[in-house]
Design a protein around this ligand. Structure first.
Ligand code: BGC
Length: 846
């Protein structure tokens, strides 16, 4: 059933440095071009399908395969039979503050992409976390442009070093998901230059990123796919970007407008506003032949870079190349941020001292390992906190597990072990593809009950088609009693248990096609099952007439539970234990592309759960499993708080390593954690009358908190680790700096604790008060200017030299249309976080 296109694997050679134009000399690409008609050229510039570009045999050009995404490479299918490594999400990578580790992971991701035949990875996402409610915040590295830029460059270098093209997305102003297809981000030029464009500029100039993805939204009135000023004048002409500007999926909505604005590739295909219409626009003179040729040259240059064109195609055959599980585990632990550790003593746990451990919380059992939308991949295995802690403490401590409360929004998938394919008897289910009359077109065995397809279904099945997809399975309940069944998908759903229809109904078509996967409508029923007995379950799904995007259907079954009972059980378990580890956070898929979050509060009764557990157990360790900030009103009542983000498939093992002290929680916050929603400099992501005014100017994240003198719950840059540090000396290499010069700072710190550890040394620049760039609004009191990490043994000093780049001192002057270096006395503050600054030095800029 699954169509396997024989994508060839790019060669192992890395993609080049900035401005590198592939292995071929430019004339040879132009020669290839000369053999093509206008029509043939135009056709190359729209995708062949959801994930492939067009090939051209005459040119020796094969289709290139593109694939999401930022936390794992999916390939052309989302299918448990072709699993992908699930990495810590980008906000977790942001928390590592470690470009070396990010590059190492990205290189491994690039190798896995090559193994899947993928030529271009649709990552990294380098928008900034403007608001903590932004649905895709977990997909971004940080709220700060410098941290984002450093990690983005490392990511691009890692991926491209493995011979796979990286894509910097979403260019630019794609900082909200509400009305993301149409909203107009009103951003002052100076704010664009000093904040939102910084990571893109770095990826182009420093890392030679191969693709840039033009976003759905408008910026200052013009859709990004038609934004000639930002795509052509700035990205290509000013920055010298020589790669391909691809549209976000379906974002190209005009022919000449997008072509002239310097969009190069309209994805996906084969439909869209280009193709024959683009050829016609060239014929009628609205698009010049030179504009068309430039796009094709760029596409051929990309093909050359990834080895997709030429007469000696890569010999390498694709094959699974998963990321080393040990690297996933190490990276996850390195991203965990220890927010609180009472008396420096609650963590790590000494297994010899803890006889009984209660592992509590909905996310201990069903963690959120990744966010929703295009970032989703299907890993082969997931280590849950409950299972991993149980295994890590086996033979040393008694581990009890309690959910505490329920938070899921879509009825969870039943464990594969509870299902049997009625045709084969194997664990799992049978998926049948049926025509309008119920005739069987094809069938296959699957193990996941959450299924999605872009184009791998038989003809006659899809949006507006008469056919259906039927899931059939034999379910064996683990407990006797009522269970909740859920059938989710966009269209008509009919659910039967042992031949009786228990639910039948249609769900609404969402505004955003990605919701078909991320947040589909669901119909539910309750049915009684007996432990150990088999029940035949059948779910028929007829996709809606007017749906769009990938097809998706899922079947969920879960024992019907009462939160009051779950809370009481958790409280009891905690009361009997020496330590309570409470894993709370976002339910799976609630942080997602396609929609923003409505609140920062923990969903369901999780706050109550933490409070009740903390009341009966003094050693309560709260683990926050969320990709973006959540409120922690109980933080002072618990012994320790550990932020673990959406950590990927290695979550449980990495958590066990950190809780038991086998690894240091090495992370520092890449985003401010607020004490209350009202404290956030920018809270809501919702457009008003189609517009989002970036009126806060430069004051997002910690810059805003600092400007309004608001104390966050935990500040940007904060993270305790398992040792303590003293900041001993800071020397600026000069006290007089000329405009345009970098500044070097030598910093010495000492590990004053009893364990070896890693410290992230952060330098913040405070500008003289009166040098606001025209239009930028108030300057933040301090801005991250440089950072570096050191490791040291207990008692040992460590020295590092930080380079503060000249740009840190510059402002964008809108009137002069350029960077200026306002003279004056600047202060460099160096410390452990944006609010824990230990040393300072002054420098006069002339
Ligand atoms: C997302 C992109 C993604 C693309 C392809 C879009 O909806 O915004 O980030 O790469 O789909 O999946």
């Amino acid at each position: 059933m699954t169509t396997n296109y024989a994508g060839r694997t790019p060669s192992g050679r890395g993609l080049g440095a900035p401005g590198r134009a592939g292995a071929r000399p430019p004339e040879s690409l132009e020669r290839l071009l000369a053999g093509l008609t206008v029509h043939e050229k135009a056709l190359l510039l729209t995708g062949a399908d959801a994930w492939r570009t067009q090939g051209a045999e005459a040119l020796g050009l094969r289709p290139m395969i593109m694939s999401d995404g930022p936390a794992g490479v999916r390939g052309v299918v989302l299918d448990e039979r072709e699993p992908s490594s699930s990495l810590p999400c980008p906000s977790a990578l942001g928390a590592t503050w470690d470009p070396g580790l990010v590059r190492e992971l990205a290189a491994a991701l690039g190798a896995e992409a090559r193994g899947k035949g993928v030529d271009a990875l649709l990552a990294p996402t380098i928008n900034l976390m403007r608001t903590p409610l932004g649905g895709r915040g977990f997909e971004c590295f940080a709220e700060d442009p410098v941290l984002t830029a450093v990690l983005a460059v490392a990511f691009v270098r890692g991926v491209q070093g493995a011979g796979v093209a990286a894509t910097a997305k979403h260019f630019v102003g794609n900082d909200s998901e509400t009305e993301r297809w149409s909203y107009d981000a009103r951003i002052a030029e100076s704010v664009l230059r000093e904040l939102y464009l910084v990571p893109f500029e770095a990826c182009v100039r420093e890392a030679g990123v191969a693709l840039v993805m033009a976003a759905y939204n408008k910026v200052n009135g013009i859709p990004m796919t038609e934004n000639g000023r930002l795509l052509r004048d700035l990205l290509k002409d000013e920055w010298g970007f020589d790669g391909v500007v691809t549209s976000d999926w379906h974002a190209a909505r005009s022919t000449a407008g997008t072509a002239l604005a310097a969009l190069d590739l309209a994805m996906p295909g084969p439909d869209g506003p280009w193709g024959g219409q683009l050829a016609a626009a060239v014929a009628d003179g609205s698009v010049s032949p030179g504009v068309l040729d430039d796009k094709v040259i760029r596409l051929l240059r990309l093909a050359d870079r990834v080895g997709a064109v030429g007469d000696s195609p890569n010999a390498e055959e694709p094959g699974p190349a998963p990321v080393d599980p040990a690297l996933l585990r190490r990276a996850a632990a390195a991203s965990f941020v220890l927010l609180r550790n009472e008396d420096d003593a609650a963590l790590p746990l000494d297994p010899a001292q803890v006889g009984r451990v209660a592992v509590i919380g909905p996310n201990a059992i069903r963690p959120a390992i990744h966010g929703g939308g295009s970032a989703v991949v299907m890993p082969a295995t997931v280590s849950t906190p409950a299972a991993a802690l149980g295994a890590a403490l086996a033979g040393q401590a008694e581990v009890t597990v309690a959910a505490g409360c329920q938070t899921w929004v879509v009825v969870p998938e039943p464990g594969a072990g509870s299902l049997r394919d009625p045709a084969t008897g194997e664990p799992g289910l049978r998926v049948e593809y049926r025509d309008r009359d119920g005739g069987l077109l094809a069938a296959e065995h699957r193990t996941s009950t959450a299924l999605a397809w872009w184009d791998q279904v038989p003809p006659g099945i899809g949006w507006g088609m008469p056919g259906s997809i039927v899931l059939v399975t034999s379910f064996r309940a683990g407990s006797t009693g009522p269970h909740l069944l859920g059938a989710a998908g966009i269209g008509r759903l009919t659910l039967t248990v042992d031949g009786t229809v228990v639910a039948d109904g249609a769900t609404a078509v969402p505004d955003d096609p990605v919701e078909a996967m991320a947040r589909p409508g669901e119909i539910r029923a309750t049915a009684a099952f007996e432990a150990g007995h088999q029940a035949e379950i059948r779910l028929e799904f007829r996709p809606a007439a007017d749906g769009e995007g990938p097809l998706a259907v899922r079947l969920g079954i879960v024992p019907d539970a009462d939160d009051d009972v779950l809370l009481a059980e958790a409280e009891q378990a905690a009361g009997r234990a020496d330590v309570a580890v409470v894993v709370v956070g976002s339910p799976p898929m609630t942080e997602s592309e396609g929609f923003d979050r409505a609140t920062l509060a923990l969903p369901g009764r999780q706050d109550e759960l933490v409070r009740r557990v903390a009341k009966v157990n003094r050693r309560t360790v709260v683990v926050l499993n969320a990709g973006m900030p959540v409120l922690t009103p109980w933080a002072d009542q618990v012994a320790a708080v550990l932020q673990v983000w959406l950590p990927g498939q290695a979550m449980g093992d990495a958590l066990a390593d950190v809780l038991l002290g086998r690894a240091e929680p090495g992370g520092r916050l890449p985003v401010t954690l607020p004490a209350a929603e009202a404290d956030c400099p920018v809270l809501h992501a919702v457009p008003r009358d189609g517009e989002i005014g970036y009126d806060e100017g430069l004051l997002i994240g910690y810059r805003g908190y600092d400007a309004s003198l608001t104390t966050p719950r935990y500040p940007f840059g904060h993270g305790l680790g398992y040792t303590t540090w003293e900041y001993e000396t800071l020397h600026a290499e000069t006290s007089e700096l000329a405009a345009g010069e970098d500044l070097r700072l030598a910093v010495t710190v000492r590990n004053t604790g009893s364990r070896a550890g890693r410290e992230v040394i952060q330098a913040y620049l405070a500008a003289p008060p009166d040098n606001a760039g025209a239009g930028a609004g108030p300057r933040p009191p301090r801005e991250l200017a440089a950072f570096a990490s050191v490791s040291a043994q207990p008692g040992a000093p460590a020295e590092v030299v930080l380079r503060v780049p000249a740009r840190a001192f510059a402002r964008w002057d809108t009137a002069a249309d350029g960077w200026v270096w306002p003279a004056g006395r600047y202060t460099l503050h160096v410390g452990r976080s944006s609010r824990d600054l230990r040393l300072s030095a002054a420098v006069q800029l002339s």
